[in-house]
Design a protein around this ligand. Structure first.
Ligand code: AMP
Ligand code: GLY
Length: 421
């Protein structure tokens, strides 16, 4: 079997490593992949957003199965195009990917179907948004650009001046382009955050082991928001009771709502939840595996990933018994100094013994191959993941491996998993 994975970060590396365990797969292509992924797949220099490049490649190489991992190509309709040329895919079509592609769509969906989320209002006109914020006078207030914004489209305003600035940043200055044509203004919620990734074929939903992202750049959740500086799985706040409540009030209602809207969701549906004092609430949906969450969840998956993905694509998920290891995983991201604002690339990476330590996998997020070895090529460079029988041991092994790794100006958080006491 020939498989194509669209994307080129740590998440895609984790997907490819999991797929490689299936011996029926003869070739895996990564579009575009990266320097480290090149050790596990054949990288083709085609950008994840280049939909015509992707479909042409799939046709030429006679790909048997495609996995579209990042948000952009999913929201742009990559799965619809691959489907049209007869290539089975893992990932939602464009209509279903709107659950991430438009916050206005997802918030209205939750309102219509009674799925618990923060109270909100939608605005097309910046003056009306500002007038509303002034009349409500409830701070902090959360202001979100409607569309995709590289994870940066959520602004939290502590007072009126910040709120007005946020509306103008999104809607007038168009800091996130067309994504800012509409904004969602919503109530600020508090509580631990949980990421639950799930497999769903539109009818059956199978939640994966829960996880916790660490979005801020620096220790103790300080500094700017990033794509994610590390993750742990399972999430210690996500008890069995909460899990049951989420299944009944959030997971099943969401897939039923998408079906009722004529947008059945097939692929990985990501629930970004907040466990508030009033119960679990949806903070966001993503139409794909989270990154770095995939780097802790997939190493704990015991069932063959391709079997699950094919069952999802064929609408037969109910026939598969999806199992996870009962242990834990921790991923610490090694980032380039200055990330997420401004950083240099091209520094040589030295791995020491990291990759030879037991239960450790080094996923590559931003590396590039050169004649003299691997160099940094992005803000997030590596995801150093370790598994263990419990969280403390997974954390210890991940940091021991991180200790082996170095590149100029490298930084990472010291407190991944530390919120859990
Ligand atoms: P999102 O891109 O929607 O995941 O938002 C990014 C981050 O902003 C989330 O992970 C939360 O930490 C925070 N956030 C988003 N919405 C809210 C909210 N209504 N209340 C409090 N924090 C929020
Ligand atoms: N780690 C959050 C995300 O993938 O959106």
């Amino acid at each position: 079997m020939k498989i194509m994975v669209v994307g080129g970060g740590g998440r895609e590396h984790a997907i490819i490593k999991a797929l490689r365990k299936n011996l029926e797969i003869t070739e895996i292509f990564a579009l575009p992949g990266n320097g480290g992924i090149a050790a596990d797949a054949i990288c083709a220099d085609i950008a994840a957003k280049d939909l015509s490049g992707i479909t042409a490649f799939a046709r030429e190489r006679k790909i048997d199965f495609a996995v579209v991992a990042p948000d952009d190509p999913l929201v742009l309709g990559a799965v619809d195009l691959l489907d049209a040329i007869g290539i089975p895919c893992f990932g939602p079509n464009q209509a279903a990917a709107a659950i991430e592609g438009s916050k206005v769509f997802s918030k209205n969906l939750m309102k219509k179907y009674g799925i618990p989320t923060a109270r909100f209002e939608v605005f097309r006109d910046p003056d009306k948004a500002v007038a509303y914020l002034k009349s409500e006078h409830m701070y902090p207030a959360v202001i979100k650009a409607d569309g995709l914004a590289l994870g940066k489209g959520v602004l939290i305003a502590e007072n009126e001046a910040e709120a007005v600035k946020a509306v103008h940043t999104i809607m007038t200055e168009k800091a996130f382009g067309e994504s800012g044509n509409q904004v969602v203004v919503e109530e600020f919620l508090t509580g631990p955050e949980v990421s639950v990734l799930s497999f769903t074929d539109g009818e059956t939903i199978v939640p994966m082991v829960s996880s916790m992202d660490h979005k801020r750049a620096f220790d103790h959740d300080r500094g700017p928001n990033t794509g994610g500086m590390g993750a742990i799985a399972p999430n210690p706040f996500y008890t069995e009771d909460i899990q049951k409540t989420c299944m009944e009030t959030i997971f099943l209602p969401t897939i039923q709502a998408m079906k009722a809207e004529g947008r059945p969701f097939k692929g990985c549906l990501y629930f970004g939840l907040m466990l508030t004092p009033d119960g679990p609430r949806v903070i966001e949906y993503n139409c794909r595996f989270g990154d770095p969450e995939a780097q802790v969840v997939l190493p704990l998956l015991k069932t063959d990933l391709l079997t699950i993905m094919q069952a999802v694509s064929q609408g037969k998920l109910n026939d598969v018994n999806v199992e996870f290891d009962s242990g834990a995983a921790c991923c610490v991201v090694a980032a380039s100094g200055g990330y997420p604002v401004k950083y240099e690339r091209g520094y040589p990476v030295s791995f020491g013994r990291a990759e030879y330590l037991p239960d450790v996998t080094v996923f590559h997020a931003g590396t590039k191959k050169t004649d003299s070895g691997l160099v940094t090529s992005g803000g997030r460079v590596l995801g150093v993941t370790a598994t263990g029988p419990d969280l403390p041991r997974a954390i210890e092994k991940a940091y021991a491996a991180m200790n082996e790794i170095s590149f100029k100006d490298m930084f990472y958080r010291w407190d991944i998993g530390g919120r859990c006491g």
